[in-house]
Design a protein around this ligand. Structure first.
Ligand code: SF4
Length: 227
């Protein structure tokens, strides 16, 4: 089996899935709200919940902090499986935005990448990968963040080994791809979204469709399964 090359993998996924676009947001706080507004839902549903919040309450931290319980009622209806928790997280995010950023979270875009990621991790539901993704979608950073779907795809292909500890597996995969990452924003955004899409649709957690996969010939897991 030929060794996998990340750039070739991304080219093949791009041919398969076409152009993938991130949510049309530009402000880091919008992304924080987008992440927190709903839980365990599809992208389409999350976007609907986000738009609903924007229309009924507004997206500024001060809008969220001054919203009434009536305004929050329709937000809760679209909150996914964690209805009460979502409202608490939105309010907490708005409080952090005011306290830590003076209401202007976009100021993180002026910070060096590591400091910006650390700052964004103060928000609820924002870990290192989410923080890097927010920076990337706002045009900053030169790392390829991986959410769980993209990580699963890369590890199965052979970039790093499967580990029980998610953080260890994440770091191993990132070092395995480090010299193949194209450190340019358009490529990074595209690679992030394509790997995620592939993990959501073909390289599923429990039953990957390896016989339909466009990178099966360079995938260690796929080759074992299809033998
Ligand atoms: S061959 Fe199978 S395991 Fe490998 S990337 Fe494709 S779907 Fe995933």
């Amino acid at each position: 089996m030929a060794a996998a090359n990340l750039q070739e993998v991304v080219v093949r996924l791009a041919k398969e899935y076409g152009e993938q676009k991130p949510p049309p947001l530009k402000d880091p706080f919008d992304f924080v709200i987008y992440e927190n507004v709903s839980y365990l839902v599809t992208d389409e549903y999350r976007w609907k919940a986000f738009r609903n919040l924007k229309q009924t309450i507004g997206l500024r931290p001060e809008d969220i902090l001054s919203a009434s319980s009536d305004q929050f009622r329709s937000v809760v209806e679209l909150a996914g499986v964690d209805k009460k928790g979502r409202v608490g997280k939105l309010i907490r995010a708005a409080q952090i935005a005011m306290k830590e950023f003076g209401g202007k979270v976009s100021s993180v875009l002026e910070l060096p990448q590591k400091k910006a990621v650390t700052a964004l991790k103060k928000f609820p539901s924002i870990g290192e990968a989410s923080a890097e993704k927010i920076m990337l979608f706002c045009g900053k950073g030169d790392e390829l963040p991986l959410e769980s779907n993209g990580l699963r795809v890369l590890v199965r292909i052979g970039f790093g080994a499967e580990e029980k500890n998610y953080n260890v597996m994440y770091r191993n995969a990132r070092s395995a791809i480090a010299d193949q990452v194209v450190r340019e924003n358009t490529w990074l955004v595209s690679a992030y979204l394509l790997l995620r899409r592939h993990g959501q649709t073909i390289c599923k957690t429990s039953a990957p469709f390896c016989s339909k996969c466009v990178v099966a010939d360079v995938c260690a897991y796929g080759q074992r399964k299809l033998r």
